[in-house]
Design a protein around this ligand. Structure first.
Ligand code: NAI
Length: 462
């Protein structure tokens, strides 16, 4: 088969979801993937393997810190890194094979190889030309580095190397206190490394609600992660058994250095578009390397679309998925829409951190009169029973209408709890709507209801 309605380039969450949706809507669809396995960064070297390692290392933490308190006594387990990696690979395999199955089920034609775009109707893979009415670029992103740092994915690693270590270093230095640095920092800390994070800014997790940032940093510090804030890493030098990290303190420009067995560079990600030969077609790319699209995700070339990490916006798998579905709907002649105000962000540490909508800082900046209803998990019975009463739910509402404008959670299952608020916000709900909805007891979700109550007359247990 060499003639299609749609060719999707890339099989990450944006690409594979777009391809399946296109096929479900009756379009003759192909998806091209250059890597051996389907699923892109998320399934192979990102979201999924990191969640496997976060889960495994959290079990170890529980065994070491909480088992005895519950009367579960005996020797705490040790880490068998080889076995842990086998478990992680098995989780990856189950997920990537799942996409192969879904492609077959939905009749998405899979093409293996690296694609280049010849024209808006022709895509080339291994010198073979495929004809198509539409092209969707979903080629994802890769870690960025910083000057004077030589990444070898062994001692100086990106998230890719950090997810497949040969051994657990005694000390790990992380450059960048973003999502990747803090999730992987948690994994290594629980597995026994002493972890130090060097961050350029005065805050962790850029863009997050500042109340949440402060609380989150306090918890991570209590868990043993050290922070050197307001400091810019300028270079690294690799020796036989250690890496020297040089950095400058922003305040006085003084030069410092530190050493560790492993250094993780987690300073952001950049779109992967070089191999597509976009410049030959004069497809517009922004100064930051993102493909420029219009409101319908179409590039400046008719029939060529782009979604996910290669275009503007947060580099999140679920944002890419939503864009993939919207483009498929547009190509099938339907309406496609993504509500960019309601894309949740989640950090899968323990406790989890989750946000949606406006932060307090944004509301202040926009001079919107708001009310903040906060409830601490300390008042939640279920959280007390599971050693997870640290953290809170904060709901921000319009002071006049009570409409929910944002929510910020740090606590157990925050990444799941946030979606109740996303749905409420999608329907334009008020905090009172949430507060009047019966929530099962004992669940963590009662903390969401209590925060909604706190936007009105007050929480019951707060
Ligand atoms: P990030 O952009 O979130 O954070 C990078 C941090 O590095 C910033 O705080 C920045 O100030 C700092 N930095 C940059 N250069 C530095 C230097 N020379 N010295 C010291 N600090 C420096 O990047 P991150 O964590 O790599 O994540 C990349 C993308 O992947 C993000 O868009 C993130 O949302 C996404 N992601 C999301 C996940 C999730 O949703 N759970 C998980 C993993 C990644």
């Amino acid at each position: 088969m060499t003639n299609f309605d749609v060719i999707v380039i890339g099989s990450g969450p944006g690409g594979y979801v777009c391809a399946i949706k296109c096929a479900q809507l009756g379009l003759k669809t192909a998806c091209i993937e250059g890597n051996e396995k389907l699923g892109g960064t998320c399934l192979n070297i990102g979201c999924i393997p990191s969640k496997a390692l976060l889960y495994a290392s959290h079990q170890l933490y529980e065994a070491k810190h909480n088992f005895e308190k519950m009367g579960l006594v005996g020797k705490a387990p040790n880490v068998n890194l080889k076995k842990m990696m086998e478990y992680k690979e098995d989780v990856i395999d189950q997920n990537t094979k799942g996409i192969e199955f879904l492609f077959k089920k939905n009749k998405v034609h899979m093409i293996k190889g690296w694609a280049t775009i010849k024209s808006n109707t022709e895509v080339v893979v291994d010198k073979k030309i495929y004809q198509t009415k539409n092209i969707v670029i979903a080629s994802g992103s890769k870690p960025t580095s910083i000057p004077n740092v030589n990444i070898d994915e062994n001692m100086v690693v990106t998230s890719t190397g950090a997810l497949s270590p040969k051994s657990i270093p005694e000390k790990l230095i992380i450059v960048g206190a973003g999502v990747i640095g803090l999730e992987l920092g948690s994994v290594y800390s629980r597995l026994g490394s002493s972890v130090k994070v060097i961050e350029f800014s005065d805050k962790i997790t850029p863009g997050m609600d500042s109340g949440l940032q402060k609380h989150f940093k306090r918890i991570l510090t209590k868990q043993g992660i050290a922070f050197e804030m307001n400091a810019a890493v300028t270079s690294t030098k690799t020796f036989k058994n250690k890496v020297k990290v040089n950095y400058i303190k922003n305040a006085d420009k003084s030069e410092h250095s530190d050493e560790a067995g492993m250094v993780l560079i987690a300073t952001g990600r950049t779109p992967v578009i070089d191999h597509l030969q976009l410049s030959e077609l004069n497809i517009k790319v922004s100064p930051t390397g993102r493909v420029v699209t219009d409101d319908n995700w179409m590039t400046n070339i008719n029939g060529i679309y782009a979604i996910g990490d290669v275009i503007d916006g947060p580099m999140l798998a679920h944002k890419a998925e939503d864009e993939g579905i919207a483009v498929a709907e547009l190509l099938a002649g339907q309406k496609g829409h993504v509500n960019y105000n309601l894309i949740p962000s989640v950090i899968y540490t323990h406790p989890e951190v989750a946000s949606v909508g406006k932060t307090e800082d944004e509301l202040k900046k926009e001079s919107i009169e708001y009310k903040a209803g906060k409830f601490n998990f300390m008042g939640n019975g279920r959280a007390k029973a599971t050693f997870s009463s640290e953290g809170f739910v904060k709901i921000l509402t319009d002071a006049n209408s009570d409409k929910i404008l944002g929510a910020h959670i740090i606590g157990p299952m925050a990444g799941d709890l946030i979606h109740e608020i996303c749905v409420a916000m999608e329907f334009g709900a008020s905090a009172e709507d949430l507060a009047r909805t019966c929530h099962a007891h004992p669940t963590y979700s009662e903390a969401v209801r209590e925060a909604a109550l706190a936007c009105g007359a007050g929480a019951i247990h707060g």
